[in-house]
Ligand binder design. Structure first.
Ligand SMILES: [Zn+2]
Length: 304
């Protein structure tokens, strides 16, 4: 048996540990849970359409084009952007080109049809909701797509639909899929802006969806404070006064958070991809940050 002094010291350390635990449970945990939720509500329902967060290039565009690689990318990754831009800009028409039919398991035709339901749920024009079947751009996790073939397709639809706003993957491709990254490399690479969006004078304003590391990906709203950090001054400004809707200095980035209604639309879009329905995808639709909010960055024109 230990000495009374050792027992007393043990008792003090246990009480301290309990005190710390109680402090964590009663003070720190509620803050960690509530701050992201309040921030989401603030961004989605209160200041989300301030030009500092929803800049002129998004609010003044007439024809939005989302460029993805597979049917379901639009709702798994881009729905806060699609729903945010379409709801904040009544004069815009939403379009989507999916560069493959997602035929890796022979389900291409089925997935093409499923895409239509997703576009309807997201408010994308059904006549401008296309899953393309180009021999050089087939769904394949081992093949780097021909970048010139991608650029040629994007250019065709930019011209056809008078596109003045593109949103697509960044160089991380969100999930890291090789097809996603090839799309980014062809259209725009934020880190190395050497392609279409940066160098072609006729290329419209182009934004890329930011990829994050694995630890931040599946944290529901938990990652929102960190994502919102670069927008701190803009958020504070938006809380104090309405920003200037013509101020193009806000165009470099945007933060789009989904309201509860938008989230339900995202789930509805996801349900139309019946062939892709599985328990882990269901979990994804709750935990993945991309279904709740998107932060997008504008590709800067290269200095020629
Ligand atoms: Zn994909």
């Amino acid at each position: 048996m230990g000495s009374p002094r050792a027992a007393l010291s043990h008792l003090v350390s246990v009480m301290r540990a309990r005190g710390v635990r109680r402090l964590l449970l009663t003070r720190v945990l509620p803050v960690v849970l509530i701050v992201p939720l309040l921030l989401q509500i603030l961004l989605a329902d209160i200041i989300g359409k301030d030009p500092r967060l929803f800049p002129p290039a998004l609010r003044q565009a007439k024809n939005l084009l989302i460029v993805t690689a597979h049917p379901d990318d639009e709702c798994l990754f881009f729905s806060p952007s699609v729903l945010g831009v379409l709801s904040g800009n009544p004069d815009i028409t939403g379009s989507l080109i999916v560069l493959s039919t997602g035929n890796n398991y022979g389900l291409g035709e089925t997935r093409k049809k499923e895409l239509q339901g997703s576009c309807a749920a997201l408010g994308i024009d059904p006549a401008r909701c296309l899953a393309l079947d180009n021999a050089e751009l087939q769904d394949n996790p081992k093949v780097w797509w021909d970048e010139d073939a991608i650029i040629s397709v994007v250019k065709k639809y930019v011209k056809k639909w008078n596109t003045d706003l593109i949103i697509t993957f960044d160089s991380g491709g969100i999930s890291g899929h090789i097809n996603h990254r090839a799309v980014s490399a062809a259209v725009s690479t934020k880190e190395n802006p050497s392609k279409y969006a940066a160098t072609d004078d006729l290329a419209p304003a182009t934004y890329v969806l930011s990829s994050v590391g694995l630890l931040r990906k599946y944290t529901l709203l938990g990652d929102l404070p960190l994502t919102a950090l670069p927008f701190t001054w803009r958020i504070m400004g938006a809380l104090l006064s309405r920003g200037n809707e013509q101020d193009e200095s806000f165009d470099d980035k945007a933060l789009l958070a989904s309201s509860w209604m938008s989230y339900l639309k995202t789930r509805q879009a996801f349900r139309s991809h019946e062939s892709q329905y599985s328990w882990d995808r269901n979990l994804y639709m709750i935990l993945a940050r991309q279904v709740w909010f998107n932060d997008i960055r504008r590709v800067q024109k290269a200095q020629m």
